[in-house]
Design a protein around this ligand. Structure first.
Ligand code: ADP
Ligand code: MG
Length: 478
C-alpha cells in the first residue's frame, strides 16, 4: 500500500531540511553543530531511510542519542517508513554520493525498486545494533537503560524507588496503578521506563510487558485506521500485563488518539493490569487533555524527576566516565557538573565531546582545553535569554509594538513576528510550550507548536526569511 505518492526527490530533500530544522530546535545549535550536522541523507528504499556520517564515533553517538528522534521525525514526514539506519561513509569518498538512488514512488512501498550499487552503505558492525533489542512486536528497548546504570540522588530517589517497586512486583502494585512519572527534558524518564520494562520482564517472564512512546501509539493507531484493523490494534494493546506509555503529553489535543488511549487505559486498569505513564508535566498541567483522562491519570502514584543538583550531576558523570573506561580529572568533571545544569543528555554530550577530542588530538584532558572546546555550549548556558527580551528584540526588528506580542490580533504583519518570537522562545530558552504560550497573552501550547512549525516551514521555503530569523537568533545570543 502506497501511503505517499508520488514521492519526488525534491519532496524527500525538503523533508530532510525540515527534519534538520526540527533537530536544531529540539537540541539547540551547539548540539546540532557538534553531531547532527554530519548526517547526510543517502537514500530511501522499501521504507528504510539511509543516512551517512563520516566517522564511526559520530555514528555511535548519534545512534545512541538521536536515533529515536530521527525515527520519529522521519515517520512524521512519511508514516510508512519502517527504519532509519546510519552508515559510515568516510569524507574522502564524498563524490560518490550519487551512487545511491534517490527515492521514487515505489521506494515507500513494500515491494520495490532495487537500490543500485549501494556498496558503500555497509553497516558498521552487527554488534552496534545488537545493543538495541527489537521486541517481537517491534517496540525497542535500549539495553543501556537499566536500574543499574541509573544514578540516584535526592532529586530522583522517589521516582527511582517507585519505579523499582513496580518493576519488582510480579503483580500489579496496589496504590501505584497507574504509576505516573513526570519531569523535564533529559532528566531520565525514558531511562526509567526502559529500566522498568527490562526488570519486569526479568521478574516474571510470563508477563507481557510493552513499552511504547505516545507518538508511536498514535502512529500505530492511525495506521490501524487506514488499514481497517482497529480490532488488531485494540487486541495488541489490551492483551498486555504491563503497559508503559512514554511522553503522554504528545497526545494532548489529539482527540481521537486520546480517546483510544483512554479506552485502552481503562480496559487495562479494569483488568488489574499495571500501567506506567511518563510525561513532561504533572497530570493537572496536561493541557488539551480531557478532564476525565487527566483525573484518572493521577489516581495511582504520581512522582516527579526534579531538576538535578550538583552531586547528582557529578555522580552521573563519574558513572559515565567509568562506563567509557577513560580517566577524566575530577576538576573537569566538577566544572561540567557546575556549568551544564539543565539536562543530563547535554551533560553526557559534553563529556563525550571532551573525551572524543582528547582521543582525536591525542592530548590529555585538562580544564583549559575543556573550556576552550565547550566554549559555544557554555556560552549558551551562561547567558539565560528571557522571553521578554526575545519579544522586545523581535518587535523592534519588525517595527511592531511589544504589546502586540500579547494580543490576539491576527493580521499577518502582527501574527508573523509573534510566531517568530514564539519560535525563538522555544529555541533559545528552556521554557515549556505552555509557559511560552502564557507569556504571549495566555495562548494555548498548540498555538506555540503551530508557530514553531510555521516558521520552520517558511525558513525552508524562503532563504531571506531564514536569514532574518537566524540573524535575530544570533543577536539575542550575543
Ligand atoms: P527524558 O526521557 O526524561 O527526556 P532520558 O531518559 O532520555 O530523558 O535521559 C537522557 C539521558 O540522560 C539518557 O542517556 C539517560 O541515560 C541519561 N540519564 C538521565 N538521568 C540519569 C541518571 N539519573 N543516571 C544516569 N543516566 C541518566
Ligand atoms: Mg524521553
Amino acid at each position: 500500500m502506497a501511503v505517499i505518492s508520488p514521492v519526488s526527490e525534491d519532496l524527500v530533500n525538503q523533508s530532510w531540511e525540515k527534519i534538520k530544522n526540527a533537530l536544531k530546535t529540539e537540541y539547540g545549535d551547539a548540539t546540532f553543530k557538534s553531531w547532527l550536522k554530519f548526517l547526510d541523507f543517502a537514500g530511501l528504499r522499501n521504507g528504510q531511510v539511509m543516512m551517512t556520517v563520516p566517522t564511526r564515533f559520530i555514528r555511535e553517538w548519534i545512534v545512541a542519542h538521536y536515533l529515536d528522534a530521527l525515527r520519529r521525525l522521519w515517520c512524521r514526514e512519511f508514516p510508512s517508513i519502517k527504519s532509519v539506519d546510519i552508515f559510515v561513509k568516510p569524507l574522502a569518498s564524498n563524490q560518490q554520493k550519487n551512487v545511491v538512488n534517490l527515492p521514487s514512488a515505489e521506494d515507500l512501498e513494500i515491494s520495490g525498486a532495487n537500490l543500485a550499487s549501494a556498496s558503500f552503505v555497509k553497516p558498521l558492525s552487527q554488534n552496534d545494533d545488537a545493543r538495541m533489542q527489537e521486541e517481537d512486536d517491534g517496540y525497542i528497548l535500549d539495553s543501556r537503560y537499566t536500574f543499574d546504570t541509573f544514578v540516584v540522588g535526592r532529586p530522583n530517589e522517589l521516582a527511582f524507588a517507585a519505579a523499582k517497586r513496580v518493576a519488582n512486583s510480579s503483580e500489579t502494585t496496589k496504590g501505584a496503578n497507574p504509576l505516573y512519572v513526570y519531569g523535564g527534558v533529559g532528566l531520565g524518564k525514558t531511562h526509567l521506563m526502559h529500566a522498568i520494562a527490562w526488570q519486569a520482564r526479568k521478574v516474571s517472564r510470563h508477563r507481557k510487558v510493552m513499552y511504547v512512546s505516545a507518538e508511536k501509539f498514535m502512529y500505530q493507531f492511525i495506521k490501524a485506521i487506514k488499514q481497517k484493523d482497529l480490532m488488531g490494534f485494540k487486541d495488541q494493546f489490551r492483551s498486555v500485563d504491563v503497559l508503559l506509555l512514554d511522553d503522554v503529553q504528545f497526545i494532548c489535543g489529539k482527540e481521537s488518539t486520546q480517546e483510544e488511549f483512554f479506552h485502552t487505559f481503562n480496559a487495562l486498569i479494569d483488568q488489574n493490569k499495571q500501567v506506567v505513564i511518563s510525561a513532561d508535566r504533572s497530570p493537572n498541567d496536561l493541557e488539551g487533555l480531557d478532564e476525565r483522562v487527566k483525573s484518572r491519570l493521577g489516581w495511582g502514584l504520581v512522582v516527579d524527576l526534579q531538576t538535578t543538583n550538583f552531586e547528582l550531576r557529578l555522580g552521573i558523570l563519574q558513572a559515565k566516565m567509568q562506563s567509557m573506561m577513560v580517566n577524566v580529572p575530577l576538576k573537569v568533571l566538577e566544572f561540567l557538573a557546575q556549568k551544564i545544569t539543565t539536562n543530563v543528555r547535554e551533560l553526557e554530550g559534553a563529556l563525550n565531546r571532551v573525551v572524543a577530542h582528547s582521543t582525536l588530538v591525542d592530548r590529555p584532558i585538562s580544564l583549559e582545553n575543556t573550556e576552550e572546546l565547550l566554549h559555544d555550549l557554555l556560552k549558551s548556558h551562561d547567558r539565560k535569554i528571557s522571553i521578554e527580551e526575545i519579544q522586545k528584540k523581535v518587535a523592534d526588528h519588525f517595527k511592531i509594538k511589544v504589546a502586540d506580542m500579547h494580543s490576539a490580533r491576527r493580521s499577518r504583519a502582527i501574527a508573523r513576528p509573534r510566531q517568530v518570537a514564539m519560535f525563538l522562545a522555544k529555541k533559545l530558552t528552556t521554557k515549556s510550550l505552555p509557559e511560552i504560550g502564557r507569556k504571549f497573552g495566555g495562548k494555548d501550547h498548540t498555538t506555540v507548536i503551530h508557530a514553531v512549525k510555521k516558521i520552520e516551514e517558511l525558513c525552508i521555503g524562503d532563504r531571506s526569511f531564514a536569514e532574518e530569523v537566524e540573524h535575530l537568533s544570533r543577536i539575542l545570543q550575543n
